[in-house]
Design a protein around this ligand. Structure first.
Ligand SMILES: Cc1ncc(COP(=O)(O)O)c(C=O)c1O
Length: 389
């Protein structure tokens, strides 16, 4: 008996493996990016009310109509074109499904897709699902900037699409105007489709404002804009996201979603509408809370001797441990991360996991800090015991 070769070289997600190790060794889990605090109470109530109120069957494949109506209003403003709820929006089972559907919609077997490394671990397997090839462009640590020449050097006659994640996991970058201009130049010059992953659009620091690339004139006709609910509203287990695309792209995207999952969970879509109706003060508080978490996490890591850049958005720090005053600082990242989970009692993700060429991520580990301050303090105390030499 033989199985397909599609996933021959793709193993279990290292991030989720680290979560398993954390549970097994009672480690504080700073590996997988999910909050250890709950969603807003009114959002939970809306989910319960939806179940009790009878919203328990399939929705229309593209999503619960009032949710799509609300998304259409928000994205018409954000993208600057008339987003129609019935034509341009698909509500999905998480950003992961939106990405898979977008890749299946855009890529033919053998096509190439540009991915900026370090990259979230969903991207490469998504390209494989479409029997296409991921081509990496490495953003050099520690500033992780996009350079037009590096993008152009990766283009071949098979290049069909590019994925851009901003705010960026795991670097914490929010790509600036000059970098987005480089993306616009390359995407338009080489006739590519752009798929954006904007799951951290509400988690920004120091007064930064999120700009959806798909709203910029040259990209409007060629961008699939993807967003999610899991991170902003602390409901990663609800598996809810969405994709928004202009006519031609939407026509290909919709059947991909339909035959992957039919629809996302109906009562949770109703609760997602309640989330989108939260007042502006919710987002102000969210950003204030994340500023506190970022300050505490950077203070802890600075004090221990990690080298890293301050996150501009999202909730991760990709830190270099090679200057710590301990013998383990000479270990490779995989061994170091396993030691952190099993001995130190703080689970993190080894940097090579985010690169096509694992050597590019050596010496780095990723911390996720969507956690209560007391969780981060406890992690700091555990690390202080082992990492100070
Ligand atoms: C950049 C990025 N994209 C996608 C995902 C997965 O999103 P979802 O849980 O909505 O499938 C994550 C989760 O950490 C992420 O960081």
């Amino acid at each position: 008996m033989q199985t397909a070769h599609r996933f021959d070289h793709i193993q279990e997600s290292v991030i989720r493996e680290m979560t398993r190790l954390a549970i097994q060794h009672d480690a504080i889990n700073l590996s997988q990016g999910f909050p250890d605090f709950g969603p807003p109470p009114e959002v939970m109530e809306a989910a319960i009310d939806a179940i009790r109120g009878g919203l328990n069957q399939y929705t229309i494949t593209w999503g619960y109509p009032p949710l799509r109506q609300k998304l259409a209003e928000l994205y018409t403003e954000r993208l600057g074109w008339e987003v129609e709820p019935d034509q341009h929006i698909v509500v999905t089972c998480g950003v992961t499904e939106a990405l898979a559907a977008a890749m299946l919609a855009v890529l033919n077997p053998g096509d190439e897709m540009l991915i900026l490394d370090p990259a979230h671990e969903t991207f490469r397997p998504g390209v494989r699902l479409a029997d296409a090839h991921a081509v990496s462009v490495v953003l050099e640590s520690p500033d992780f900037r996009i350079h037009q020449e590096a993008l152009e050097a990766a283009i071949t006659p098979r290049t069909k699409a590019m994925i851009l994640n901003t705010p960026h996991n795991p670097s914490g970058r929010v790509f600036d105007q000059e970098e987005i201009a480089a993306v616009i130049h390359v995407v338009t010059k080489y006739d590519l489709v752009l798929i954006t992953d904007e799951i951290y659009d509400q988690i920004l620091y120091d007064g930064r404002v999120h700009v959806s690339p798909g709203g910029l004139e040259p990209l409007r006709e060629r961008t699939i804009t993807i967003g999610g609910f899991g991170k902003t509203y602390a409901v990663t287990g609800w598996r809810l996201g969405y994709a928004i695309a202009p006519d031609t792209l939407a026509r290909a995207l919709k059947p991909a979603h339909d035959f992957l999952t039919i629809c996302a969970a109906t009562p949770l879509q109703a609760a997602a509408l309640a989330a989108l109706n939260l007042p502006e003060s919710f987002y102000e508080q969210l950003r204030e809370d994340y500023h506190h978490r970022r300050s505490l996490m950077t203070e802890i890591l600075d004090d221990l001797g990690f080298v890293f850049s301050q996150p501009e958005g999202a909730y991760y720090i990709l830190a270099d441990y090679r200057h710590l005053p301990i013998p383990q600082a000479q270990w490779d990242a995989d061994r170091f991360a396993r030691w952190m989970a099993t001995e130190v009692g703080v689970a993190v993700v080894p940097g090579p996991n985010f690169y096509a060429n694992p050597a590019d991520g050596e010496g780095l580990i990723r911390f996720a800090y969507p956690k209560k301050l007391e969780t981060l303090e406890a992690a700091g105390q555990r690390m202080a015991r082992y990492l100070k030499g």
